[in-house]
Design a protein around this ligand. Structure first.
Ligand code: PNS
Length: 164
């Protein structure tokens, strides 16, 4: 049986930390779905379709990225409904600190209680521990260089948007 995992997130935009978690997940599971989900508690910078587009481009441009990765978005219903629809039994969440553990824990328990979907916490390369989409958005909006924190397609997109 194919073991399918979902890596959900806002990905607004995808960072090098996300990419690291996606690659490690794809090496552990038969199939990985990178799922862009709207997070109502965050003010979005990019439309969901653009986030999906940037993730796809970033995967293509990353040498050695496994080819068992599907990119999708989900805007109607629960995250676990998507898992049921595609036959995924596991969610993978990247964890940078204890703050992330505290933020994720109620969602882990709720998703398990709702549909029996388990969650695995994965630590990305420590070099990415300070990188979040929120800080990338802030640095980019204030004219800073984010090329060390995001994949090249995102860096190019943000630079183009800045110059437009
Ligand atoms: O990258 P983010 O913003 O931390 O991702 C958070 C996300 C999108 C994974 C989270 O908001 C989420 O799981 N949303 C799905 C909504 C849902 O199913 N809620 C009920 C169970 S927790």
């Amino acid at each position: 049986m194919n073991k399918i995992a979902v890596v959900p997130g806002s990905f607004d935009p995808i960072t090098l930390g996300h990419l690291d978690v996606i690659r490690r997940s794809a090496e552990l599971f038969d199939e990985v779905h990178v799922l862009v989900v709207h997070n109502p508690s965050k003010a979005a910078m990019l439309p969901i379709a653009e986030r999906v587009n940037l993730i796809k481009k970033s995967l293509v441009e990353t040498p050695g990225m496994p080819d068992n990765i599907i990119v999708a978005s989900w805007s109607v219903g629960l995250l676990v409904d998507y898992c049921t629809e595609v036959g995924a039994s596991v969610l993978v969440k990247g964890i940078r600190s204890q703050i992330d553990v505290a933020y994720e824990t109620p969602m882990v328990l709720m998703n398990r209680s709702l549909a029996g979907v388990e969650t695995i916490f994965m630590l990305p390369d420590p070099g990415h521990a300070h990188v979040s989409s929120t800080l990338v958005r802030q640095v980019a909006e204030l004219g800073g260089d984010v090329s060390g924190y995001v994949p090249a397609p995102v860096s190019r997109f943000l630079e183009k948007a800045r110059l437009a």
